[in-house]
Design a protein around this ligand. Structure first.
Ligand code: MN
Length: 136
């Protein structure tokens, strides 16, 4: 077993070409083979969000705090609240982020296929798409 100390892993700033606004990433675990597990805590400032993207093996989000937004391409914007789980199928274009006026933190969990390309990134989410009133 291994304890990985929080103090040994500084918070990273998310890459600005893949996110809008201020976003921070705290690595939770990158599994060692044969594990394919990967988990990251992601903190979004109000209004911040991912670009459109897709995960080859899907992704699960678990909301830790704040109020968030989520959208699958072609579907309505949805609101997310602490304790909610979002199950995202493989290769589905989507984005996630904070509500316009609230901080938002989620745990992002996925599996990574050895030798595969990982997450596919596309264009940023425009302000009009982002600002749509959530269906719930
Ligand atoms: Mn995602």
């Amino acid at each position: 077993m291994e304890i990985i100390r929080a103090a040994d892993r500084p918070t990273r700033t998310a890459p600005p070409d893949r996110f809008t606004g201020q976003v921070w990433q705290d690595e939770v675990v990158v599994g060692e083979a044969p594990s394919r597990m990967r988990a990251t805590s992601v903190s979004f400032a109000p209004g911040a969000r991912t670009a459109w993207h897709a995960h080859p093996l899907g992704q699960v989000l678990w909301v830790l705090s704040g109020i968030g937004r989520f959208q699958v391409e072609g579907g309505p914007v949805r609101a997310l609240y602490p304790g909610d789980t979002v199950r995202i199928p493989p290769d589905v274009r989507h984005w996630h982020g904070a509500a316009p006026d609230r901080l938002f933190v989620h745990l992002a969990m996925s599996e990574v296929e050895p030798g595969s390309g990982g997450t596919q990134w596309f264009e940023k989410v425009g302000d009009a798409d982002y600002a749509a009133a959530p269906a719930d």
